[in-house]
Design a protein around this ligand. Structure first.
Ligand SMILES: Cc1cc2nc3c(=O)[nH]c(=O)nc-3n(C[C@H](O)[C@H](O)[C@H](O)COP(=O)(O)OP(=O)(O)OC[C@H]3O[C@@H](n4cnc5c(N)ncnc54)[C@H](O)[C@@H]3O)c2cc1C
Length: 454
């Protein structure tokens, strides 16, 4: 028998789905590694419907798993224990305020839809990620997504100025006039960005927008080593303020491409740079910086996209050789070469394959491991340890989800985790929303562990 929620008939029939064939499409993740199941999918259309749903779920002592575009690479969007699946895909409103250069968008709006809409107003958004066609602004805020422009515009935390939300206890943050500046105490918006749904459901976000750049050049250069990429990156970041992306394409990942790349392949992979200027000026600046070398330069929009596809299609190519275990590691940029070499050494020792790429300008390497599950787990543990020794993080931008809960314990002290558990208890008691995400609260873990209280 299917579960049902006690909602007004009109809402019930409009938003609840119990067709198992439809539901099955929502129950596995992008990598194909995480699978779940549920008998009830709900697709609310408004903030008010989300609030009704959460209150009713709470009353019936059930739980929900929130899903946006389901592009999580940390297993955070799948109902693992039969939770009701709450998809935000119908929270689709976009309101652009050209004067204040802000947009307020429903949590289910995809990044690509936002980009298209604001371009009509001559505006752009600072955060951009390759999953733009499916990833939603609610999911991006929930995971504090980073992407290709962090070095210039920051991550979602730097670009979300307000939001509406339904907390797990049924209380809400209601819409109000978006303001660029507002210093009225601690911001719940800041608490919710990066919270991965552990406090509640984000129903809309208000974003800071930028003028649409008139010109962009993309430039790719082959590398002898990843360290050479770090040197070039450091020089460009210091001396060329217009740079808005510096990406690394590892040699093993490039080798998976179905066709040969249009540059002379080198042992160290390639560096892809983007800057807010035309190709002629970029070439001139490179020569002033004594960075003349083999560069493919283009400011033509479609050729620029073609060059970018060598970077953005890497995850797709990796998926053709297996279901990768995806590590999203960040280290101080000077240690990125050490991290790459460590990843290759660990892979070779454990007999698995390793493909690296990522946001080199931010010290963020995506390490994709393909092989047998036992070896993958051992390799991941070794790489988490190495990352911590290099002073880094076990998740740069993908979040903790359900796959990195153990690794989170390497990064955060028991006291910090107890504080987080106590906050969940306040905002999302009994974990009505996203019970499996980020941390499993052991008995007593939410209790007061402040000094002197033990
Ligand atoms: C090809 C590819 C490239 C990618 N590139 C990048 C990249 O460059 N940078 C980057 O940061 N990430 C990247 N990602 C990862 C992913 O796209 C991001 O994590 C994205 O922010 C997830 O958005 P989503 O809407 O798909 O969320 P989902 O995958 O549906 O959910 C992610 C998490 O957020 C929670 N959540 C979703 N919506 C809400 C909401 N409204 N309220 C509360 N919680 C919510 C979910 O419960 C889950 O825990 C990439 C993924 C792919 C497949």
């Amino acid at each position: 028998m299917h579960r049902s929620l006690d909602l007004p008939d009109a809402i019930q029939s409009a938003i609840c789905v119990s067709d198992s064939e439809i539901i099955a499409n929502y129950c596995h993740d992008w990598t194909g590694r995480v699978h779940g199941a549920t008998d009830l999918l709900v697709r609310p259309r408004t903030h008010i419907e989300v609030a009704q749903l959460i209150r009713e779920t709470r009353r019936q002592q059930m739980q929900v798993q929130v899903q946006g575009g389901n592009t999580s690479l940390a297993g955070g969007s799948i109902p693992l224990n039969g939770e009701i699946l709450l998809s935000t895909e119908r929270l689709k409103q976009i309101v652009v305020e050209p004067n204040s250069m802000t947009a307020t968008v429903g949590a289910g709006v995809t990044l690509e839809d936002l980009q298209r809409e604001i371009a009509n107003h001559g505006l752009s958004f600072g955060v951009d990620i390759a999953s733009r066609g499916s990833a939603t602004l609610g999911g991006m805020a929930a995971t504090n997504a980073g992407g290709i422009h962090v070095l210039r515009y920051g991550s979602m935390a730097d670009n979300v100025i307000a939001m509406t939300c339904v907390f797990g206890d049924g209380s809400t943050i209601e819409p109000r006039q978006p303001l660029i500046k507002d210093a009225t105490g601690p911001s719940l918006t800041r608490l919710l960005v990066g919270s991965e749904g552990i406090f509640g459901v984000i129903t809309s976000v208000t974003l800071r927008l930028l003028a649409l750049p008139q010109q962009r050049v993309a430039a790719l250069t082959p590398l002898e080593s990843i360290e050479e990429g770090v040197q070039i990156s450091t020089q460009l970041r210091h001396l060329m303020p217009e740079v808005d992306a510096i990406e690394y394409l590892g040699p093993e990942a490039i080798a998976l491409a179905p066709t040969n790349p249009p540059w002379n392949i080198a042992d160290g992979g390639a560096l892809l740079v983007q800057a807010l200027m035309d190709a002629a000026r970029f070439a001139e600046e490179l020569s002033l910086l004594h960075l003349e070398r083999q560069w493919i330069l283009t400011d033509d929009t479609s050729r620029r996209q073609e060059l970018w596809s060598w970077r953005e299609r890497i995850p797709e190519w990796i998926a053709t050789v297996g279901s990768p275990l995806k590590l999203d590691l960040s280290v101080p940029i000077t240690r990125i070469g050490d991290l790459y070499r460590q990843a290759m050494a660990v892979a070779s020792l454990t007999g698995i394959t390793c493909y690296c790429f990522g946001h080199l300008g931010d010290g963020n390497l995506h390490v994709n491991l393909v092989g047998n599950n036992n070896e993958l787990t051992a390799a991941a543990q070794a790489l988490y340890q190495a990352t911590l020794e290099f002073g880094g993080s076990i998740s740069a931008e993908h979040g903790v989800g359900t796959l990195k809960k153990e690794a989170l314990r390497l990064m955060r002290s028991p006291e910090e985790l107890a504080r987080l558990a106590a906050l969940i208890e306040v905002l999302n008691p009994r974990r009505v929303v996203n019970p499996n995400v980020m941390l499993d609260i052991a008995q007593g873990e939410a209790h007061d562990t402040s000094p002197g209280m033990e």
